[in-house]
Structure formats: C-alpha cells, structure tokens
Ligand binder design. Structure first.
Ligand SMILES: [Zn+2]
Length: 356
C-alpha cells in the first residue's frame, strides 16, 4: 500500500518550523553556508504538472521521495530528516506510488522566502527567460482562431525528466545529492577504488562553502548537477521567480566553486519537486531535469543492508540511482556503497552518466 500517499513528508512541524525560520534563517544560512533553511525533509512525490520521462530502462520509476537536507553542520536530529522519514521497511514499496498522482502541491500560501512576489501564477506556456518576471507575459488571448501552440514539455527532450543513463544497456548512473559535505571525500575514494563515475547534485551554498571538494569531483571525472541554492521544499510550490533564482544562482555558485570551465549539466529539483515550469527554467539554462529510477531512501537511514537490498532489487539496466553524500550523517550510505560497488561490477554493470 502506498501508505505514504497521504502523508507528504513535509511534516507539519517541519513546515511550521520552516515558515517561522525561513526569513531569518535565509539570512543566517546564507552567512553560514547552510542548507538548513527551508529544508524540511520533504520527500515529494511527482507533482501533477510533472512530466514524466518514460523510463526506457523499465525500472518502476520509484516515487521521487527523499530529500534529506538538513544541514551537514548540524549533526543533530535535524539531519535525520525532520519530515518523518518513512519506516525503514518500506523502500521497495516506494515504487508502488510511482503512478499515483500526487496530491496537488501545497499552494504557496505560506510566505515564501525573500525575494518573491506572492504571485503563484505559473507562466502559461513558455518561459524562455527563466529569471524574467512572469508578470508581463502576454496574455496570449489573441483572438486568432489559430490553434494554440501547445509545447508539451513531456515530449520535449530538453525539458523532460531524465531517469535513465546516457548509454543504456547494462549501465548504471550513480547520483549523489545534497553535497558536497563531510561524506563526499569518502564517496569519492570509494568511487575511485572501483573506477566508477558518478553525478553529484550539489546544493549551491554548499558548493560555495566547499570549493575544494567541487574541484576534486571534477578532477576525478565526475559530473555536476544543480540541486538549488538551499534546497527549499516543497520545491514545486515555489513561485516562478523564486524557482528561477534557486536554479540559476546555484548553477553560478557551482561553476564559481569549480572554477573556469566548470560545467553543470543537469538540474534535480529538491525532493523531486519538478513542475513543467521549473523544468523549462532548467532547460533554459542548459540543464536537463534529472530524476531517478532507483531510490533506496538512504537519506532516511534505513540501515546499510536495506540500502543495498533496495538498490539490488530496484535496479534495471540503464537505471539512475539516487543516493546522498550530504544532508546529515551518511555513514550508512558509505557502508552501502562499499557493498554496492563491487556488486555492480560483478553484475557486469558499467558506470555511466544520466542521459543529457
Ligand atoms: Zn536533495
């Protein structure tokens, strides 16, 4: 049973806390380089407006869920995900919710962080200039009987959410979210040991705070993905302008941290909170929306054995695995990786990047 279908993991306490903390916290977080603000651990399911790229690999595209976030610098319970992590026993069932349309994303009735106008209006069809204010968009109410040009993002390669590897076949794309952080070095060491390449979906503020790690990731041949400035959730509820800021500024932060020539190729919405709007924004910045097909829910610390078993049962050739190198204590993820890497090699998997 999709037991969690009715409980978005942004728990009320978490939301409440974010509401109260957001304003002051945004300033603090910016100063401290934390990702804590607005990072109630909300694992989101696919939003209604989400376009779902067909997953050629055929994995039961698991419900986007996790989204730890938490602040690496706050080792306390907050890192464990204030948003009521799912019971550890349920990783495999997360796939069951893949097809269940998520309830509507909470309207941004809450005063969202700074900067943004309360306008919840989503830009109608196209938004070529992601950072441009949506307000003055032409109403498109031209009386011409001509059929409206519907650009269904679902069919647009640039804006659709990628859930498979670039090469297909017996390949796997490992992705690590919410870093760079204290566990990133260990992850890099393990990947190097097995000649594995991975993709790191980085929080802009943490990239800015850990430029050496960003450079190390690049030097090792891994690739980078934009995971917003400070991981606000629910990401799908952000205004157009705020989403544009989160995506564009994080990209800048990551590029600055990595140095000249740094390339960011994907955007992964925190908690999987993709919408047609933020997918178009990302595409406009040259970032392909990146989902996943395997979610062992490592952020909820279900135990290394559970993480390993989930990956082993969910993975199909061409799959994209969601793991985390940030957002709190990642020792279980590291322990799981120690088992998964040799298992993948033994299974004949080659390490690949997501389709771009
Ligand atoms: Zn995340």
């Amino acid at each position: 049973m999709p037991s969690h279908a009715t409980s978005p993991r942004t728990s009320p306490p978490a939301r409440r806390r974010r509401r109260t903390l957001t304003a002051s916290c945004a300033v603090l977080a910016a100063a401290l380089g934390l990702a804590a603000c607005g990072t109630a651990n909300g694992a989101l399911r696919p939003q209604p407006g989400v376009t779902t790229a067909s997953s050629p690999a055929g994995p039961t595209s698991s419900a986007p869920s996790a989204g730890p976030t938490g602040t690496p610098s706050s080792p306390g319970p907050s890192g464990s995900g204030p948003g009521t992590p799912m019971p550890p026993g349920a990783p495999a069932t997360s796939a069951a919710t893949a097809t269940s349309p998520a309830p509507a994303a909470p309207k941004p009735t809450t005063p969202k962080p700074p900067a943004t106008a309360p306008s919840t209006a989503k830009p109608p069809a196209h938004s070529p200039a992601p950072t441009a204010p949506p307000a003055t968009r032409p109403p498109s109410a031209t009386a011409t009987p001509a059929p409206p040009p519907p650009p269904p993002p679902a069919n647009d390669t640039a804006t659709s959410v990628v859930r498979s590897t670039a090469s297909g076949g017996r390949t796997v794309a490992l992705t690590f979210d919410d870093g760079p952080g204290p566990a990133t070095g260990q992850v890099l060491d393990l990947l190097a040991q097995y000649g594995a390449k991975a993709t790191f979906c980085q929080i802009g503020q943490q990239a800015a705070a850990n430029p050496a790690l960003v450079k190390r990731i690049i030097a090792a041949g891994h690739r980078l993905c934009d995971h917003s400035v400070d991981h606000p959730q629910p990401f799908a509820a952000l205004s157009h302008d705020r989403a544009g800021y989160e995506i564009a500024h994080a990209q800048e932060q990551i590029v600055r941290a990595g140095g000249p020539g740094t390339r960011v190729s994907w955007f992964r919405a925190p908690g999987g909170g993709f919408t047609a709007d933020n997918q178009r924004i990302a595409a406009g910045l040259g970032l392909r929306p990146l989902g996943w097909s395997v979610d062992p829910r490592d952020w909820s610390r279900p135990g290394a054995a559970s993480i390993v078993a989930s990956v082993q049962s969910q993975l199909r050739p061409g799959g994209v695995v969601l793991l985390h190198d940030g957002g709190g204590d990642r020792s279980q993820t590291v322990a799981a990786l120690k088992q998964l890497l040799p298992w993948l090699v033994a299974q004949g998997y080659r390490f690949d990047f997501p389709a771009g």
